[in-house]
Design a protein around this ligand. Structure first.
Ligand code: NAD
Length: 477
């Protein structure tokens, strides 16, 4: 049988140095893999590919479906899309797995017994990247949370917990505020938890959850959360465990996977032979298990743990009195290579189990979806933005079966009653509701508003599902 074939991207900043170190260790171990290198990232951006991924590389990525990737610099602004986000979405890599573990006493840690796995939804949420400038003063971003996307990551988290003998899964959301989006995530978590009575579960609001993770991570075992929260939490966790340079990350889908370090391209320390290659090495270890090379993964991991125990440390881990020798990126790789075949004395190796978690969201019982109104977003910047003047103008229109309920500015009710002292922007949301309305009724209303000389720039239909309200109430409604 031929060796597994993967794709390697060296990346930007410290990427080429740490990838070089990891490949050297894989070679020295005589790991039976083949690889093709692709140039993705900063240089591709500068050649004019806004995604950082030249189109002809997709065929190779899709053919091999497993990637080891160094960190990539996303140029600021200018319409550049993040390579990571593009790869995750294009390859359906819905689960991001990050194990953040302390290696005390060999690597100083604020929390010497910490060992937390963070599972982050990887494709949706504010990372959907749907943003608009609505007016002179207002920009909007859409937070996208779907049931299949949510169910996939939550089922993956429960399956992972079982496969790796984890005891407790904590869901973190902000559903006290975002009742629809984060509320769906929490609800699906509670539903799926019923199928896993062997696992302890709980839910924390993300702000207190993040505080706990920073102050008492020993209380946490596994966390499942939405994309943005997961991004922030996993950096906190990697840092308090010891160093941002240690943790690896697996981006997993049903048919493809991408393995990378948690940290970025660290341009501040690039080309100085001081970066810690451990994050990418740990990602490579996860990758070897994924492609069925668990023995190689264990051998390399043991050599790495032994190197830590022997006090051979890169600058980010080095502490006077604890470390024995300060090494650079290359020296650290050489020290690991010298220890291939050795076992650590104290640190326990992590048993990674071969992938094989395939998730299929369950079909849903169809619900009755009924149109009950519309939120019409208007741009209006006249007469000191007095909502009473705009409101009365709208009141004078023939709205058919729809009834003008209220107007909000930045989510706060400003008409018919005045709502507090809050600053007002030039975009107004007007809520219309009615019984048994048709889409034509909304179109007629839009025509009326347009004829009155008021600019409509977004319409959001309002629905109920089996009679349950499918939209949030305005502040003060
Ligand atoms: P960063 O993670 O690159 O660096 C943060 C800090 O940690 C820096 O002080 C850096 O020197 C240090 N650090 C990071 N990795 C280290 C290592 N292996 N060894 C020792 N020290 C290390 O974060 P940033 O500075 O916010 O981002 C830099 C660039 O990386 C940005 O362009 C960003 O878009 C990109 N980025 C890429 C990825 C990825 O490819 N997965 C992830 C995050 C950020």
């Amino acid at each position: 049988m031929s060796n597994p074939h993967i794709v390697v991207v060296r990346g930007d900043g410290i990427g080429p140095e740490i990838t070089g170190a990891v490949l050297k260790i894989l070679h020295a171990n005589q790991t039976p893999i083949e690889y093709t290198e692709l140039e993705i990232g900063e240089r591709a951006y500068l050649k004019g590919y806004p995604t950082g991924i030249p189109p002809d590389t997709w065929e190779i990525i899709r053919a091999h479906r497993v990637m080891l990737k160094g960190p990539i610099t996303t140029p600021q602004g200018g319409g550049y899309k993040s390579v990571n986000v593009t790869l995750r979405k294009s390859l359906g890599l819905y689960a991001n797995v990050r194990q953040c573990r302390a290696f005390a006493p060999y690597v100083t840690s604020l929390h010497p017994t910490m060992d937390v796995v963070i599972l982050r939804e990887n494709e949706e949420d504010l990372y959907a990247g749907i943003e608009y400038r609505q007016s002179q003063q207002v920009v909007l971003g859409l937070k996208v949370v779907t049931r299949p996307g949510t169910e996939s990551i939550i089922r993956y988290a429960f399956e992972y917990a079982r496969a790796y003998g984890r005891k407790k899964l904590t869901c973190m959301t902000k559903d006290n505020i975002m009742k629809m989006t984060d509320g769906l995530f929490h609800r699906v978590f509670e539903e799926v938890a019923q199928e896993y009575p062997d696992l302890k579960t709980d839910h924390m609001i993300i702000d207190i959850g993040a505080a706990r993770l920073a102050a008492q991570p020993e209380m946490l075992d596994m966390i499942v959360t939405l994309n943005l929260y997961g991004d922030i939490l996993s950096d906190i966790a990697a840092q308090v465990a010891g160093s941002i340079g240690l943790a690896g990350s697996a981006n997993v889908g049903n048919d493809a996977a991408m393995f990378e370090a948690v940290h970025g391209s660290a341009p501040d320390i690039a080309d100085r032979d001081i970066a810690n290659p451990s994050g990418l090495l740990n990602a490579a270890i996860q990758m070897l298990v994924h492609i069925g090379l668990s023995d190689d993964a264990r051998r390399i991991q043991n050599a790495w743990l032994k190197t830590l125990e022997d006090g051979i440390h890169t600058l980010d881990m080095y502490r006077e009195g604890i470390s024995a020798r300060l090494v650079g990126t290359r020296g650290f790789a050489d020290a690991i290579i010298e220890r291939l075949g050795q076992q650590p004395d104290q640190l326990e190796s992590i048993t990674y189990r071969a992938g094989g978690i395939h998730i299929k969201p369950r079909p849903l019982k169809p619900q009755k979806q009924a149109l009950v109104g519309a939120d019409i977003f208007l741009v209006w910047d006249e007469l000191d933005r007095d909502p009473q003047i705009l409101g009365k103008k709208l009141d004078s229109l023939d709205t058919g079966p729809l009834k003008f309920q209220l107007m909000t500015n930045r989510g706060v009710k400003v008409y018919p009653d005045e709502g507090g002292e809050s600053v007002r922007a030039d975009m107004w949301r007007c809520r219309y509701l009615g019984d048994e309305i048709k889409y034509d009724d909304i179109l007629r209303l839009l025509a009326q508003i347009n004829q009155a000389g008021i600019q409509v720039n977004q319409v959001q239909n309002l629905y109920t599902f089996d009679g349950e309200r499918g939209y949030s109430l305005g502040q003060g409604e």
